[in-house]
Design a protein around this ligand. Sequence first.
Ligand code: NAD
Length: 268
Amino acid sequence: MIKVGICGIAGRMGQRISHLTLEAEELDLGGGVEFPGHPVIGKDIGEVIGIPPKGISVVDTVEAMTDNVDVITAFTAPPDPTVVAAEIAGRAGVPMVIGTTGLSPDQVETMTHALKNVACVFAPNFSVGVTILVQLVEEAARILGGDYDAEIVEAHHRFKTDAPSGTAYALAEAAARGLNRNLQEVGVYGRYGDTGERTREEIGVHAIRAGDIVGEHTIMFGGIGETIELVHRAQSRDTFASGVIRAIPFAAGATPGMYDMRDVLGLK
Ligand code: NAD
């Protein structure tokens, strides 16, 4: 049985990962963390996620649960606590599954360094559909080439604090790879005012925030006389949480290193 510690247990993702962990045959909940002062600190995990008591209290530091867990998941907002969790897990030798988005390149580097001696699955989107979509976008961009303009539109719920989504970046990077371009040079994030004509190289990325949209991504390849669209719609957070449930045993059994969902699905 793999014992799972959930960093951000009271959050939207933390709650769903906890429930699916309890439903999975080979997994069990071993701990939960929230920020110091959060109303759930000291409460039983069962109470926090709406099930009978588990006899485990929510703690306010990752250190307090490392001895009782085999893998730690981190889906936090803001992203900073995920970096702290990685530093603690790395020192304690506990593998991680990380889905937090909005981390700066410096934070990703710090995290990767901190986790160099353990396995970590780190993905901006744990859905199987999006993982496959990223591959399709790269392939489509490669085949279509420079005659088609690549544009990405993503839509998420009003509570999301980072933009564009980590998934939109991943899709833009996939298009850039397929087109043999550097996203840092050709990425255009939103347009406003007298922008001039679109350059042939740019890859546009646009973010919508509205209501309770779980997550939608559209990749458009616009040519002369035709448009191709690849669309992914997440109808519930369980699409991400069930990917996390597949990633947990993978992280528990993998040799140290950084992995993503393509590794988990055997697509590499
Ligand atoms: P949320 O706001 O519902 O939950 C975040 C949780 O983190 C909250 O409970 C918050 O209290 C907790 N937190 C804050 N500081 C903490 C600390 N110091 N220690 C422990 N916990 C702390 O947000 P959410 O919708 O669950 O999303 C969380 C993150 O996951 C975001 O970055 C989001 O973009 C990302 N996300 C990723 C995927 C994916 O598939 N990779 C899917 C959905 C969301």
